[in-house]
Write a protein that binds this ligand. Structure first.
Ligand code: SF4
Length: 474
C-alpha cells in the first residue's frame, strides 16, 4: 500500500517503519489557479468571492476549453461530449474552486487530466465507463426509492426517527455519481429529471406541518440539492421554524459546497446567519451540524478548512464528512486514510461515512463490490482516532444504511448480498414480513468470477432477468 499524491506540504515527522500505511502530517495548500491559462489574471479577491466563483462556473465544453487553453488535447473534449450524449446522468457544473483541485501541483496535460481522481467523478468521459456493463441490470433512477417515500413533496420519511427534507433540486456543483440524479440538476440527453412542482414556500409549509404532527421524528437532514443554493434568508427561516418544533433534536445541513464553493460559507451574511441559527440551536439544546461530501484529499484546501473552522467557531456543533467510495477516485486504503487525516487533522471535519456508490445508471465503473468495501474497512481501522474512523456503509434499496460487515448472506459468484433491517420504512407500515425479509444488493458484474459474469451475460442475452427477480427477493 502506498500513499497517494496529495496537494499538501509535509511538515515533518517520520512515519513508523514497517507499517502498511505511512502517516505523514501535511499542511493544506491552495493550488495556484494562475497555472490555468483562463485564470492567469485572476486576483485573490476575485478567487475568494462567492459571486466570482458562481459567475465563472464551467457549464459546458466551450467554457472548459477557455480555462484550459491548449493544455489538454481534443480527444478529451470529444470524449466528454460523447459521454454527455450517451451516458451522463448529470449536466456539467464545476465551480472554479473544484476545477482548480484537478492536477493541483502543475499545469495539467492530457494524461494527468485523464488520470485525476476528481476529474474522474466530476467530469466523466466516455472511456471511463465500463465498456460492457456501463449499468448493472438492476440499476435504477431513484435507486434508494426516496421519491416513493415522500410524505410531502421533497420530504422522505425512511427511518423511524429521521427525515430527509429536500428543499430544492439544484447544487453549485454537479457530481457525476449523484445518487439523486433522478431529481437533482438539469435534464441530460439520457435523463429527463423529475421536477418539484410546488412553490418553495408551500413545500416548506407542508414539510413543517408533517413534522409538527409526527412527534416521533427527532432528526431532520436539510438537503436538496445543496442548501448553499437556497438564499440564506430562506434557509435561516426554515431552520428557525424547525427549531421551534419541540421534538426536533438534531438538524444537519447538507452541503457539498463547503468544499466545492467554500467562498459561499465564508460570506459575512452567511456566517452571521449561521451564528444566529447555531445560538438558537444551542439555547434549545438541539445539535446543529453541517454534513459535507468530500471524496479525495486533493479537494481539501485552506479555503475549505477555513469554511469548516468558521462554522465551528460560530457554534455549529460538528462538521462531518460523508464521502462516496469510488473506483479510480478513492477506493484504496491509502486514499481513504490520506483524506481522513486531512479532514480530521487539518480541517476540523469528522470523517463519518463512506457510502458505496449507489446502483444508479452508468455507475458500474465507479462501484466497488461489498467484499472490497469490507477489506477497505478492515484496512483503515487502527490508524485514526476511533471517533474519526469512518464507517463504510451500503445504502441498500428499501433498507437504508447498513455497515458493510452486516451482510447476512453473500453469493460471491453472482455478486448478490442479502441484508435485513430492524425498522419499517414509510412504505411498509402494514407489511408483516418487512423485518424478516432479505433485501438484495448487487456487486458490479466485472468484479465477479468468470462463472458469475457468464451467468449475468446469459440472463441478459435471453432476456430472462425479470424471471430471476423472485430468486433475489427472499
Ligand atoms: S452535491 Fe450532492 S446532491 Fe448535488 S450533485 Fe453532488 S451528490 Fe448530488
Amino acid at each position: 500500500m502506498s500513499t497517494s499524491t496529495v496537494v499538501t506540504a509535509p511538515v515533518g515527522g517520520v512515519p513508523e517503519p514497517g507499517q502498511p500505511f505511512a502517516y505523514i502530517r501535511r499542511v493544506l495548500v491552495e493550488p495556484d489557479w494562475t497555472r490555468l491559462p483562463g485564470w492567469r489574471d485572476v486576483r485573490r479577491e476575485q478567487w475568494e468571492s462567492a459571486q466570482w466563483q458562481r459567475a465563472n462556473c464551467v457549464k459546458n465544453i466551450r467554457q472548459l476549453r477557455a480555462v484550459m487553453g491548449n493544455l489538454v488535447d481534443d480527444r478529451l473534449y470529444l470524449e466528454l461530449d460523447d459521454d454527455q450524449h450517451r451516458f451522463a446522468t448529470m449536466s456539467m457544473l464545476l465551480p472554479p474552486q473544484m476545477l482548480n483541485t484537478m492536477v493541483p501541483t502543475a499545469p495539467p496535460d492530457t494524461e494527468s487530466f485523464y488520470a485525476d481522481p476528481i476529474r474522474r467523478y466530476m467530469l466523466p468521459v466516455a472511456s471511463d465507463r465500463h465498456p460492457i456493463w456501463p449499468s448493472h441490470p438492476y440499476a435504477t433512477r431513484d435507486s434508494l426509492h426516496e421519491h416513493d417515500m415522500w410524505v410531502a413533496e421533497g420530504l422522505t420519511h425512511r427511518y423511524p426517527t429521521k427525515v430527509l427534507a429536500e428543499l430544492l433540486s439544484t447544487c453549485p456543483q454537479y457530481c457525476g455519481h449523484c445518487t439523486r440524479m433522478d431529481l437533482v440538476g438539469n435534464s441530460t440527453p439520457t435523463v429527463n429529471k423529475l421536477k418539484l412542482t410546488r412553490k418553495p414556500v408551500d413545500r416548506s409549509d407542508a414539510m413543517l406541518d408533517y413534522l409538527r404532527i409526527h412527534t416521533g421524528v427527532r432528526d431532520v437532514v436539510v438537503s436538496g440539492g445543496d442548501v448553499a443554493n437556497i438564499p440564506w434568508r430562506n434557509l435561516e427561516a426554515f431552520v428557525m421554524r424547525l427549531l421551534a418544533i419541540e421534538h426536533i433534536r438534531d438538524i444537519r445541513l447538507a452541503t457539498k459546497a463547503l468544499m466545492g464553493l467554500p467562498q459561499h460559507w465564508l460570506q459575512p451574511d452567511v456566517v452571521g446567519g449561521l451564528e444566529r441559527v447555531a445560538r438558537t440551536a444551542a439555547c434549545r439544546g438541539v445539535n446543529l451540524a453541517i454534513h459535507t461530501h468530500i471524496n479525495h484529499v486533493n479537494s481539501l484546501t485552506p479555503l475549505v478548512a477555513r469554511a469548516a473552522h468558521t462554522a465551528l467557531e460560530v457554534g455549529v456543533r460538528d462538521v462531518r464528512n460523508q464521502g462516496v467510495l469510488m473506483r479510480g477516485v478513492n477506493a484504496t486504503a491509502a486514499d481513504l486514510l490520506d483524506l481522513c487525516f486531512g479532514l480530521q487533522g487539518e480541517a476540523g471535519i469528522v470523517p463519518y461515512y463512506f457510502y458505496l456508490c449507489d446502483m444508479i445508471p452508468n455507475a458500474e465503473h465507479w462501484r466497488v463490490a461489498v467484499w472490497q468495501a469490507q477489506q477497505l474497512q478492515h484496512d483503515i481501522l487502527g490508524y485514526l482516532p476511533g471517533y474519526a474512523t469512518p464507517r463504510i456503509v451500503c445504502d441498500v434499496p428499501f433498507v437504508g444504511k447498513r455497515w458493510v460487515h452486516m451482510v447476512t448472506q453473500y453469493d460471491r459468484e453472482l455478486g448478490t448480498s442479502y441484508w435485513t433491517k430492524n425498522y419499517r420504512t414509510s412504505l411498509e407500515r402494514d407489511d408483516s414480513d418487512a423485518l424478516t425479509r432479505r433485501y438484495p444488493y448487487f456487486d458490479p458484474i466485472d468484479t465477479l468470477p468468470e462463472t458469475g459474469q457468464r451467468w449475468w451475460h446469459a440472463c441478459e442475452r435471453s432476456g430472462a432477468r425479470r424471471r430471476t427477480d423472485s430468486a433475489f427477493i427472499q
